[in-house]
Ligand binder design. Structure first.
Ligand code: PLP
Length: 449
């Protein structure tokens, strides 16, 4: 890390990160030509890798025609085409796309649309949301209130709305008892959700909000079979909506366009971002059920929300091309195949590792969890900052990965999240696991393990 003075207010105020000066497929290039294999696409963003020629060309074409027009005056061709691409076929009943600039904005829109829907249908008493612990929905205050990441919430707790309460996540490695079957575990979580509805008064609940595969807060945690169907049933019975946050796990990352396709349910409202634009432009979207939007259209007629840069033409053109490339190059199939390889290679390398307790994920969204003791699943002392050591050593060795942890309600500890670009090769996957293996072992050595 360089210590030169920077006027950019970076996350760390003491260290300025090195500069990226180029990109090439799965590689990021730093000053001096240093090449970093981008094994996590930043934070599960760069699904097509870097400098994809088709996306650059689409952006340049759009920029030469129109970079920006405010949505209170105009729609635009790329915005209309992107919305058609995303919801023209009404996947799971989702019929409208509200195009924003990122994941947190998509979640804020989801929260507000859900609330407004109930006002419009004469149920204004519905003001409560149920979310889950060990989740992340974004850093703006509404999204942060929805999230259950104790460490991120803590400093801002007095500012966070009490409209959100949190139940146990479907995190089998830490929450499922050894004696419990998956069916029993799902049954217990469903009973807890039902009890939370009863505590709040079922007629007061707007929505349940969850990530289908939990991302950065817990490290690629899918729910056990049947969990989301149970959630759907409970919410349906009480007239509440289901909001799914696919900001990280969506847009093909798990091998299907939407992660919910693997759960046998569809949401009423969904948030997407990261893989939508693949990092080529800042863009996110809230996808909303036609049923909900039609009620508002036929009621007050307007969604009471908005941002200056929504449906930005250049961002929409970039995202549209990213999604077309995913289809044209059949990348969802590739995610399934490469995801299988990644999971196998992680299992070969870490399956018997004495400090790797769990290997989990779906598609090209896989994580390993590090534990001090495999038998008790006890995490390492957060003071060791093991995940940060892994990140630094991996980076030195030419690997960009996304370790996190030590901040999750004291139960789960450090994990390393991998989310390689969909265009990676089989050799890239092998290289990722080899480099990660070296970084994990070196980091453990450095703390005496
Ligand atoms: N939701 C999830 C599941 C995320 O992983 C993130 C970001 O990491 C967000 C929401 C917030 O997205 P953004 O950082 O684009 O605001």
């Amino acid at each position: 890390m360089s210590v030169s003075k920077s006027r950019v207010l970076h996350r760390s105020l003491r260290e300025t990160p090195p500069r990226a000066i180029g990109g090439e497929g799965v590689w990021l290039i730093g000053e001096g030509g240093r090449r970093i294999l981008d094994a996590s696409g930043g934070a599960a963003v760069s699904c097509l890798g870097h400098q994809h020629p088709r996306v650059l060309e689409a952006m340049s074409r759009q920029a030469s025609k129109l970079a920006y027009a405010h949505t209170s005056f105009f729609s635009s061709e790329p915005a209309e085409a992107l919305a058609d691409k995303l919801v023209g076929h009404e996947p799971g009943g989702l019929g409208y796309a509200y195009l924003v600039s990122g994941g947190s904005e998509a979640i804020e829109a989801a929260i507000k649309l859900a609330r407004q829907y109930f006002i419009e249908i004469g149920q204004p008493q519905r003001q409560r949301f149920i979310a889950r612990r060990q989740s992340y929905h974004g850093n703006t205050l509404g999204a942060l209130a929805a999230g259950g990441n104790a460490w991120r919430r803590e400093p801002y707790a007095p500012l966070l709305s009490s409209a959100f309460s949190h139940v146990t996540p479907a995190f089998a490695y830490h929450e499922k008892q050894d004696s419990e079957s998956d069916v029993d575990f799902v049954g217990r979580l469903a009973a807890e959700l039902e009890a939370e509805f009863q505590r709040l008064g079922p007629e007061n609940v707007v929505a349940f909000i969850a990530e289908p595969v939990v991302g950065a807060t817990a490290g690629c945690v899918p729910a056990p079979e049947g969990y989301f169907r149970a959630v759907r049933e409970i919410c349906g019975r009480h007239g509440a909506l289901v909001i799914l946050d696919e900001v990280m796990c969506g847009m093909g990352r798990t091998g299907t366009r939407h992660a919910w396709e693997q759960e046998g349910i569809a949401p009423d409202i969904q948030a997407i971002a990261k893989g939508l634009g693949g990092g080529y432009q800042p863009i996110g979207a809230m996808l909303a059920s036609a049923r909900i939007v039609d009620v508002i259209r036929d009621g007050s007629g307007a969604f009471l929300h908005g941002h200056t840069y929504m449906a930005h033409p250049l961002a929409c053109a970039a995202a549209l091309e990213v999604q077309r490339v995913i289809d044209d190059e059949q990348l969802l199939d590739r995610v399934k195949t490469l995801g299988g390889q990644l999971e196998r290679r992680l299992t070969e390398r870490f399956g018997n590792h004495r400090h790797v307790g769990d290997i989990r994920g779906r598609g090209l969204f896989q994580a390993i969890e590090l534990v001090a003791d495999r038998a008790t699943r006890a995490p390492f002392d957060p003071a060791l900052k093991l995940n940060q050591r892994i990140k630094a050593i991996a980076f030195e060795g030419g690997l960009g990965c996304y370790p996190a942890g030590g901040c999750m309600d004291g139960r789960s500890g450090d994990h390393v999240l991998l989310a390689p670009p969909y265009i990676a090769t089989s050799d890239d996957i092998d290289m990722i696991v080899d480099r990660l293996g070296h970084a994990v072992d070196s980091a453990l050595n450095s703390v005496g393990h």
